[in-house]
Structures are given as structure tokens and as C-alpha cells.
Design a protein around this ligand. Structure first.
Ligand code: SAM
Length: 226
């Protein structure tokens, strides 16, 4: 796990470097759309940094979510959160995505440039998939090249194929992963450890390589005894 002062923790919801652009998703439109169909909409932002985008969203939602209650949870390893007074609809939590356990399910789960710094990226994706509501959406910046075998070579296409088999969509050109709906994910990879000196990734920032060994015993077919 890595957290340092070179990281951009201050992204806004919109704008040239904002959540909308990085995720390819208009978060407010998504929340508003879901708010038109449900009495309560829950958004979880993993590795939320300062929580600035979340604080903006809470204010905008109060103005326009057509009566639906919007609850937002931001989770980060470091508690350098926005200094504004935090309304009850926004919860900013200090903890690690590899260990934290939520109190319920979410309609939207995002992770904007956070997985690059997490050790067990695949375990985190699997856990987050289990926190989605029935028609929930998970979307995160994710660079498949940062997932390596023990010898340092990228797991590459075998991994993207496995992720797709288990219900994720991976956009290789934009380096984004997404998923609709919850699932019990069993990726056939065992986490070995991480290298926080891997150097810059495609964002230009130093990132973490995560090492795995293939472990078919964790795949659903083997567990079921086939
Ligand atoms: C590049 S910043 C992005 C912050 C925010 N999403 C934004 O775009 O403004 C990455 C964030 O990931 C957080 N982080 C790194 N490892 C984490 C972990 N294991 N659990 C939770 N947060 C983590 C860091 O503390 C940092 O705030």
C-alpha cells in the first residue's frame, strides 16, 4: 500500500482532470438517474483522496436528486479529508480497501486512480464486486500491466480473459474496468506481494506492481469438484 504527497487527492467531480473524465462517467447524471428509480441511492468511492468530489456531489444532490436520498461513502488509507463541514449524507472513512467491510450494498462503486497504489488489486476488485446492489455499477481506473507473475512478467491477456469470464469489462485503451451487478468472484490467482518501487505507470506517477501465482484451485469449477 502506498500513499504519498505526490498523489493527486483533490480531483473534482467534473473538469479536465475530474472524476467524470477519468471514469468516462457523469457521476451526477448516474446518481440522478438512479434517484428517479429509487428512494435511496448509495455511492461508494474507494481511495477517495480528500473526498472533494464527494463533497461536491453531496451539495449538488441536495439541490437536484428529485427527492431521492443520496448517501455517499468515501474510503481512504489517509485521513487528509476536505475540511468543509461534512453533512450526514457523506461519510469519510479511514481504512484500507483490502480490509474494510461496508455496512451494506452500493448502487455505484468507483475508484479513481487508487488501484494503482493497492497491493492486492485483484482481491480488491473481487471484494468490491460483492458490495454492488443488484443493478449496481462498479467502475475503476485499472492498468492490467501492473498485475505480474512472480518472475515479473505481466499476466496480460490470460487475466483480462479471466476477468471477462467473471463478468468484468476491461477497456484496454482507457485502462478502465467495470462491472454491472454483484457477483462472488473467484479469480484463479493467489496474491504474493507487491513492489512499491515499480516506477511510473501510464499516468506518469509512481505505481505499485502486484504479484500473483496462478492457482486454479480457487476457480469456481474446481471448488465445485468438476
Ligand atoms: C492518486 S490518489 C486519488 C485520490 C482520489 N480518488 C482523487 O482522484 O482525487 C490515490 C489515493 O489512494 C489511496 N490509497 C492507496 N492505497 C489505499 C488502500 N489500500 N486503501 C485505501 N486507499 C488507498 C491514497 O491514500 C490516495 O489518497
Amino acid at each position: 500500500m502506498v500513499a504519498n504527497c505526490a498523489m493527486n487527492r483533490e480531483r473534482s467531480l467534473s473538469g479536465s482532470n475530474g472524476y467524470g473524465r477519468e471514469l468516462g462517467l457523469d457521476v451526477m447524471a448516474e446518481l440522478t438517474d438512479r434517484g428517479a428509480r429509487s428512494a435511496c441511492v448509495r455511492w461508494l468511492d474507494l481511495c477517495c483522496g480528500s473526498g472533494r468530489a464527494l463533497s461536491e456531489a453531496v451539495r449538488l444532490a441536495a439541490d437536484g436528486a428529485r427527492g431521492a436520498r443520496v448517501e455517499i461513502v468515501g474510503l481512504d488509507l489517509v485521513d487528509h479529508f476536505v475540511a468543509d463541514s461534512v453533512p450526514p449524507e457523506l461519510q469519510l472513512v479511514t481504512g484500507s480497501v483490502t480490509e474494510w467491510v461496508p455496512d451494506g450494498r452500493f448502487d455505484l462503486i468507483t475508484c479513481v486512480h487508487g488501484l494503482h497504489y493497492v497491493g492486492d488489486k485483484l482481491g480488491t476488485l473481487a471484494r468490491a464486486a460483492g458490495w454492488l446492489a443488484e443493478d449496481g455499477l462498479l467502475i475503476a481506473n485499472f492498468d492490467v500491466h501492473s498485475v505480474r507473475r512472480a518472475d515479473g512478467t505481466p499476466v496480460g491477456r490470460g487475466l483480462t480473459a479471466e476477468l471477462r469470464r467473471q463478468g468484468f469489462a476491461y477497456d484496454a485503451s482507457r485502462r478502465r474496468i467495470s462491472r454491472h451487478g454483484p457477483g462472488e468472484i473467484r479469480l484463479p490467482y493467489r496474491y504474493l506481494g507487491a513492489d512499491d518501487k515499480a516506477g511510473p505507470n501510464y499516468t506518469g506517477q509512481s505505481a505499485v506492481h502486484s504479484f500473483y501465482e496462478h492457482d486454479p484451485s480457487t476457480s469456481p469449477a474446481c471448488r465445485a469438484g468438476h
